[in-house]
Ligand binder design. Structure first.
Ligand SMILES: N[C@@H](CCC(=O)N[C@@H](CS)C(=O)NCC(=O)O)C(=O)O
Length: 218
């Protein structure tokens, strides 16, 4: 039996998990959660994940874990044929972990500060402070990528899927200027050429549709 992933396609963290599963050749049983109908706030879902977020993974033995970063490292540790996406070497792993925490604590947190008001409060604009903070996050990533092919070095890791899902998404609302951010621009293009990036495409298109539509309602 395949592990079950509770998900919605537009969610960047969900897409990071989908890219991971595709990369390691793991089939997932996908269950869409009705966020708009608040299904994630109902008792059945809260029993699975009291934090009521997607993605949430239930493995075939019943083991349940949420947060994309925890899910991705779990899936690679348990199901991948080798450790290339999440190296066992302490220094290489520490670099991947640093980037995953950067995605979680900086990039996704700042993305949410932009997308939540658009979606929940139906605002039609992005505050300048939130725009500036996102640009600062791009600047950090630009520096991390200096002299590197991928987020941590010469090889694709989970850091690329996690950052790639979020950066490709927020780039729709806060454009990534290729002159100011050449490393980020080239890295995203490189990511788009990977076969596992296919798992990001449809959800990204939906994300784009939802949020561009909100902004155009000015
Ligand atoms: N850090 C979490 C973020 C998960 C998250 O906030 N997901 C959003 C969708 S993109 C969600 O489930 N929102 C509904 C809620 O928080 O109630 C992760 O990486 O999984």
């Amino acid at each position: 039996m395949a592990p079950t992933l509770y998900m919605v396609y537009p969610s960047p963290p969900v897409r990071a998990v989908l890219m991971t599963a595709k990369a390691i050749g793991l089939d997932l049983n996908l269950k869409e959660v009705g966020l708009l109908s608040n299904d994630h706030l109902k008792s059945d879902y809260l029993k699975l994940n009291p934090q009521h977020t997607v993605p949430t993974l239930v493995d075939d033995n019943g083991f349940t874990i949420w947060d994309s970063h925890a899910i991705m490292t779990y899936l690679v540790t348990k199901y991948a044929k080798d450790d290339s996406l999440y190296p066992k070497d302490p220094e290489k792993r520490a670099l991947v972990d640093q980037r995953l925490h950067f995605e979680s604590g900086i990039v996704f947190a700042r993305l949410l500060r932009i997308t939540k008001p658009l979606l929940v409060q139906r605002k039609g604009t992005i505050d300048k402070r939130d725009l500036d903070d996102m640009i600062e996050a791009y600047t950090f990533l630009e520096r991390f990528l200096q002299g590197k092919k991928w987020a941590t070095g010469d090889f694709v890791t989970l850091a690329d899927y996690s950052l790639g899902a979020s950066i490709s998404s927020i780039g729709v609302l806060v454009p990534i200027d290729p002159k100011k951010f050449p490393n980020v621009t080239v890295w995203l293009k490189r990511l788009e050429n990977l076969s596992e990036y296919e798992a990001n495409r449809d959800g990204l298109a939906l994300f784009s549709l939802i949020f561009k539509n909100r902004l155009s309602k000015l």
